[in-house]
Design a protein around this ligand. Structure first.
Ligand SMILES: C[S@@+](CC[C@H](N)C(=O)[O-])C[C@H]1O[C@@H](n2cnc3c(N)ncnc32)[C@H](O)[C@@H]1O
Length: 229
């Protein structure tokens, strides 16, 4: 789904203003940080702008930020240049990492932009990279029955709670005529029910469970915690 990577690399308006962008990335970093064992070597795959990755790195031994979109990756490298624990990598560089070198892999809000075959290939990679007791955190998985309206309501609630309701409403209207909806309708999102995702993870050699809460603001979506079986 290369078109999606081009979209994320563009000047899109998914984040309705600077406040939304900041709160989005802060919430995700805090939620991920709360799930990490201390002193872990962590990979955040498809990390996006990861504005608050320093919050994840704080309790980690090392944090690798992997992003396929080249402009986003360059901005990450500039942002975290002075932070010795944080390394920014391309997908190709991550594929070349040694087996068993990671304690935690995070794939948050990425699976829906991958074909099922692309996700299978990543799960094989992650299983190879994880240490014996390592964990995979797979977040923001979109179930089949969750509509775009549900996503819009979740954004409105997030905006209300964080002081950007007006911008969220304008942003939703703007998004309706944006490339995001064209791509969402043309390419679609890859969706998985809970049982389907557990079966997919089992097929890739993981023993998994659904977490009680999703990472981030949208609780209609799901997070899974998986360990090497
Ligand atoms: C919805 S954003 C999620 C960003 C961040 N994880 C978050 O939750 O805010 C999806 C990100 O995944 C990246 N991405 C998509 N396919 C990828 C791939 N095959 N390898 C690495 N990154 C990918 C996109 O470039 C984009 O930055």
């Amino acid at each position: 789904m290369g078109d999606w990577i081009a979209f994320w690399d563009s000047e899109h308006s998914i984040y309705v203003n600077a406040r939304h962008r900041d709160v989005h990335y802060r919430t995700i970093a805090q939620d991920i940080g709360a799930r990490l064992p201390s002193g872990a070597a962590v990979l955040d795959y498809g990390c996006g702008e990861a504005l608050h990755a320093d919050l994840i790195a704080a309790s980690a031994r090392a944090l690798i930020l992997c992003e396929a979109a080249p402009t986003v990756r360059a901005a990450l490298a500039a942002r975290f240049a002075g932070q010795s624990k944080i390394k920014v990598c391309s997908p190709e560089e991550v594929a070349a990492l040694p087996a068993g070198s990671l304690d935690v892999v995070v794939l948050h809000s990425v699976a829906q932009y991958l074909t099922p075959q692309e996700l299978d290939a990543l799960l094989v990679l992650f299983r190879r990279l994880l240490s014996e007791n390592g964990i995979l955190i797979l977040g923001d998985v979109v179930p089949p029955d969750v509509s775009a309206l549900t996503d819009a309501v979740a954004l409105i609630r997030f905006g209300t709670a964080n002081g950007f309701l007006g911008a969220a409403l304008i942003g939703l209207l703007r998004t309706l005529v944006s490339d995001y909806w064209r791509l969402r309708f043309d390419l679609g999102l890859s969706r998985y029910g809970e049982a389907a995702m557990l079966a997919k993870l089992a097929g890739a050699g993981f023993s998994a469970r659904r977490a009680a809460a999703n990472i981030g603001h949208n609780q209609a979506r799901m997070t899974f915690i998986a360990r090497r079986a």
